[in-house]
Design a binder for this molecule. Structure first.
Ligand SMILES: [Fe+2]
Length: 349
C-alpha cells in the first residue's frame, strides 16, 4: 500500500490523535521533522492541525551524518537537531511540538531543554506507514490502562519474567525511572508517543540478573526481523555476558554488538510490557521494512519488552539499542501476575 498519497481518512487519523492531546484553536504548534522524515505524514499532520485551528509552523532539520561504525536503528534518540540552540529555544516556546523526526526525540539530549520551561508538550509520532497509525489511534481506555500499569509498577519492588522457553530474569525495580506511552500529552512539560500502550522501567545499576531466551517468533526491532531461531542471553548485573545460540539470529546479534566495541552496548536499558489490544506482532510481516518503525511490535498486548542500550538514568550512553519484544512470557510484580504466558490478566487487561 502506498504511503506517499494524502488520504482524507488519514487526516482524520491525525485529528483523532491530536484530539486526545487536547489541541485547541489558537495554540502555537511546531511540527519538527527532518529531511528524511516521511513527508506524507508531515503534510497530513499539518493539514489536521490547521483544520483544528492551531497556529502551525515547521522546523525542518537536515538529517545528520552518521557518526556510528554500523547502521543505526531503533534508538529513539534522533540526531537531527544537533543541539541547534535556535531550534531548541523556538520549540521550547511553543504550546506543543509534534515530533516527526525519523528516530524521535525521546532519548535525545535536546528534549530536556525543550521541556524544561514546562510550556511545550511534545508528542512524538512514530515514523510508521499511515495505515499503522490509522489502526492504532490512541484511546482514553488505552491511556487509562497505561496509567494503571504505571501506578502498579511504581509501587513494585521486584519484576520477574519467566517463560517455557527458558527466560528467567529478576529485576529490582525499586526506585527505577519509569517510562510510559499513553498516547497523549495535555500539559506543558509532558512527552509521549503514538502508537501507544507501553509501560517500562529503567532499572538502577546492578538491578538486572538472569536469562532471557529470545524464542522463535520473538522480535528483534533493530533488525526488524521476526526471529526464526532461539538466542539465549545471560545477564549479570545488567550486562549481557553471553549470547548463546547456533542460528542466524544469534550470529547477527553477536556481530552487531561486537561492531560497536562498546561495553555499554550490552547493558540493560529498559524492561516492561505492552498493553495495546489493537497492535499485532505478526503485522510486521505485512510491511516492507522502510514502511515501519516497529512501535506496534513494542506495544502489542501481553508482550514483555526487554531492551539493551543507553540508560541516561544510570549514565550509560550508547547508540547501540535493541528493543526485543518477547511473546508467551509470564511477568509478575512482587508475585502478582500482570502477564500470563503472553496474555494480560485481571485489571491489567
Ligand atoms: Fe528501547
Amino acid at each position: 500500500m502506498r504511503d506517499d498519497r494524502i488520504e482524507a481518512k488519514w487526516i482524520d487519523t491525525f485529528r483523532r490523535i491530536f484530539d486526545l492531546s487536547e489541541v485547541r484553536r489558537g495554540e502555537e504548534v511546531a511540527i519538527l521533522s527532518e529531511t528524511q522524515s516521511r513527508q506524507s505524514n508531515v503534510q497530513m499532520a499539518e493539514i489536521a492541525l490547521l483544520q483544528m485551528g492551531a497556529k502551525v509552523f515547521h522546523v525542518v532539520m537536515p538529517s545528520a551524518p552518521s557518526a556510528a561504525p554500523v547502521v543505526v536503528r531503533s534508538t529513539g534518540a534522533s540526531t537531527a537537531m544537533q543541539m541547534n540552540q535556535a531550534a531548541i529555544t523556538g520549540l521550547a516556546a511553543c504550546d506543543m511540538v509534534v515530533d516527526m523526526t525519523v528516530e524521535g526525540l525521546l532519548h535525545a539530549p535536546e528534549l530536556p531543554p525543550i521541556l524544561r520551561p514546562r510550556k511545550a508538550r511534545v508528542l512524538m509520532i512514530s515514523n510508521e506507514h499511515p495505515e499503522i497509525l490509522e489502526r492504532l489511534v490512541p484511546t482514553p481506555e488505552l491511556r487509562d490502562r497505561v496509567l494503571h500499569g504505571m501506578a502498579r509498577l511504581k509501587a513494585a519492588r521486584v519484576l520477574r519474567v519467566t517463560s517455557a522457553a527458558g527466560t528467567d530474569i529478576t529485576v529490582n525495580v525499586e526506585g527505577a525511572r519509569l517510562g510510559a506511552a499513553k498516547g497523549c500529552v495535555t500539559k506543558g512539560g509532558q512527552v509521549d508517543h503514538v502508537p501507544a500502550g507501553l509501560i517500562a522501567a529503567f532499572p538502577g545499576a546492578g538491578a538486572v540478573n538472569g536469562t532471557i531466551v529470545l524464542d522463535r517468533g520473538d522480535i528483534n526491532l533493530t533488525f526488524k526481523r521476526i526471529q526464526e531461531s532461539q538466542v539465549r542471553l545471560v545477564i549479570e548485573h545488567d550486562y549481557v555476558r553471553n549470547i548463546e545460540g547456533t542460528g542466524l539470529d544469534a550470529e547477527m546479534l553477536r556481530d552487531y554488538y561486537a561492531a560497536w566495541s562498546d561495553r555499554d552496548a550490552y547493558a540493560t536499558s529498559h524492561i516492561g510490557w505492552g498493553c495495546n489490544h489493537a497492535a499485532r506482532w505478526e503485522a510486521m510481516a505485512m510491511y516492507d521494512r522502510a514502511q515501519l518503525n516497529g512501535v506496534e511490535q513494542r506495544v502489542f498486548a501481553g508482550n514483555v519488552l526487554y531492551s539493551t542500550g543507553a540508560s541516561e538514568f544510570v549514565k550509560r550512553f550508547t547508540l547501540c539499542h535493541f528493543d526485543l519484544p518477547l511473546r508467551n512470557c509470564t511477568l509478575t510484580l512482587d508475585g502478582e501476575t500482570v502477564v500470563e504466558q503472553g496474555r494480560l490478566v485481571g485489571d491489567f487487561a
